[in-house]
Structure formats: C-alpha cells, structure tokens
Write a protein that binds this ligand. Structure first.
Ligand code: DAH
Length: 347
C-alpha cells in the first residue's frame, strides 16, 4: 500500500472520529489516537526515510499537510466545544423576562407611628401646631415647673430614670417621664394665644405588664387663650375620639388629679376586648384610660407671665400606645416593641 493511500485513509478516519467527539475528554483521546507518537500518521512520517527521493517528496508534503490540517481541526473543535459549554450555562441560568416580577417586601409604618400621625392630623385639623422637645430633660421642666416639688408623692408615681443627679434642679438630667415639660418650654418663649401639641417618647422605670411599658409615646396638648373652659377641652377631645375610633365608641371623663391642672380629668374608652365587661387588658374595669387632662393651673400661667385673670388654658397628655391598642385590638402593650415581625406585619 502506498504511503499516499495510507495518508488518505488516516484523513478519512480522523474526520469521522472528530465528528463523534462531544467533549474535551473525547477530544483528547482523539488527538492521541490521530496525532500521538504511536499514531499511524507518525509511523507514516517515520517511514518516509525508506522511500525513494521522488516518492518521499510527494508523500512528505501530503503527510505534513495532513498534520497541519489535523492541528487546525483540533483547534476548531476545541473552540466549538468551549462555545457550546458557555451557551449551555447561559441557557440554564437564563431569565425569562415575560414572567411576572417577584413582589418586593413592602415596608410600612409601625402601628404606633401610624396612630401618632392620625392623632397629629386630628389636632392639626383643629388649628394646633406641632412642636418637639428633648427626651433628655432637666428635672426643673419635668417636675418643679409643673408644680411637682422634690418631696411630693407625685414624683414617686413616676419612677424616673436619672442621667445626672448632681447639682440643683436646673442641672439635674433625666429621661422625661412625660411630654408635659414642653408646656413650660413653649410658654416660656411664646405669648398667648397658644395651640400646640408635642408628640414624643417618654420613659419610666416601671414594672411592665399588659398595659404598662417603660418607654411609651405621649402627645401633649396645650391651648391657652381668653375664655377657654373645660367645655373646649371636652369638645376638642371628643373630636379626637370620633376621628380615631368612630362614633360608636364610648368615651368616659372622670375627675383625676395632676399637679399642673385644676380641675384635672382623665378620659377612657370602653375596652375593645370585653366591650366593657372587664378583662385582663382593662384590668377588669371595662375602660381603658388613654389620656390625662385638665385646665392649666393658674399658678403656672402666672409663672409664665400669662395673666391668669385674662387667660385660661387646657392641657392633655395622650398615651399613644394605649390608643393604638384600642384601634387595632392589641391586648398587650409589650408587643409593640418586641420587634416580632409576625406581629408587625399585620399592620
Ligand atoms: N403628664 C401626665 C402623665 O404623663 C398626663 C397629663 C395629665 C398631661 C394632665 C396633661 C394633663 O397635660 O393636663 O401622666
């Protein structure tokens, strides 16, 4: 058999073999079989020396040409396999843009924030402006200026977190136990008439239970003008209750005592859980107190430079969490700040 025929056979076999190759490993096997040291092509090249000069020239050219062609074919196949691999991974991870988008988790406001905003709206609609005051407060504003002197039992009712107890009442620092100090802060710097509310956080070193937390949100209300009476106070708060709870909720006013008002009252709403029969949340009372209020003590007005013979005022302090409990039917105030997403996602 002539070398040329052998070369043609090798070419044909190699072509068929390459067509079968489906991956890199098979390609390597093919390369060793076709071009390796023990391959027929290599033996053919080695046997060229035994041929006569004419025949050697021709066979040598043919064999070298085949070698080059096979090298080329090998490279091409390698590329084809590589491209196929990339395409495969792309198809596997391909995004179908026609599918509906996955919903993004939607953020929302904390139920206490929602309630706080509704409270603010109810007062703004009645002509009040919003002010803010410091959470770290001077003892003077939190107590003294509100007629709660050092030895007075009313201080004990508000178990206070002190920050700095040194010095006198003008320098002692505490976490405000209520938002009432802002009544003083505002009146100190403004002349009547006054119509403000002050929302914010307050702190008490308190044993917690279903209706008590050591941090609660309050909203302070203060109005001072000529001729304001308890009727104005009630009217303003009835309007608030109507906006927050609708007309069907029962509202109760009772006499209460706060050092900075005279007379003082508190307002309660009938318990959402038991409908007034008495349960754990309302402490068997059937009512849940949501605010303290009253007519600003004339002594305070006088201290602020407001003539108590001309001006009268009403004030109130709302418990925002209590109101949120009533609105949403939450039976334990502690849920609000436990940060349990199962709770928070309901609002
Ligand atoms: N500051 C009082 C408290 O936290 C609530 C309060 C009662 C505020 C009567 C008032 C008020 O403005 O007039 O217990």
């Amino acid at each position: 058999m002539s070398v040329l025929t052998t070369i043609e056979e090798i070419r044909a076999k190699a072509r068929d073999g390459l067509a079968e190759v489906r991956n890199d490993a098979e390609l390597e096997t093919w390369r060793v079989a076709v071009m390796g040291r023990k391959s027929p092509l290599m033996s053919a090249l080695r046997s060229l020396g035994k041929l006569g000069p004419e025949e050697r020239k021709e066979a040598g050219r043919a064999a070298n040409l085949l070698k080059t062609q096979l090298d080329q074919a090998l490279e091409e196949k390698r590329e084809t396999l590589g491209r196929a691999r990339i395409e495969e991974t792309e198809t596997a991870g391909r995004i179908d843009v026609t599918l509906p988008a996955r919903p993004l988790p939607e953020g929302r406001l904390h139920p206490v924030t929602q309630t706080q905003r509704d409270i603010v709206d109810a007062f703004v609609a009645q002509g009040f402006s919003v002010i803010e005051g410091p959470e770290v407060e001077l003892e003077y504003y939190n107590f003294e200026a509100l007629r709660i002197p050092a030895d007075h039992p009313a201080r004990e009712l508000m178990d206070t977190f002190y920050i700095d107890r040194s010095g006198d009442t003008d320098s002692k620092l505490l976490l405000r136990t209520h938002t009432s100090p802002n009544q003083i802060r505002f009146m100190e710097n403004n002349d009547p008439p006054v119509r403000i509310i002050c929302p914010g956080r307050t702190y008490r070193n308190e044993a917690t239970d279903p209706s008590h937390e050591w941090m609660i949100t309050q909203t302070e209300v203060l109005a001072v003008d000529e001729g304001l009476t308890l009727a104005h106070l009630k009217g303003t708060l009835f309007e608030l209750a109507k906006r927050l709870f609708g007309r069907d909720r029962k509202v109760r006013f009772r006499c209460d005592f706060f050092r900075f008002v005279e007379p003082g009252v508190d307002m309660a709403i009938d318990c959402f859980l038991c409908g007034g029969k008495g349960c754990r949340t309302c402490k068997k009372e059937g009512w849940i107190e949501i605010l303290g209020a009253g007519m600003v003590h004339p002594e305070i007005l006088a201290n602020m430079g407001y003539d108590p013979d001309i001006y009268t005022g009403f004030a109130a302090g709302l418990g925002v969490e209590r109101i949120a409990m009533l609105r949403y039917g939450v039976d334990d105030i502690r849920h609000f700040y436990e940060n349990d997403l199962r709770f928070l996602r309901q609002f």
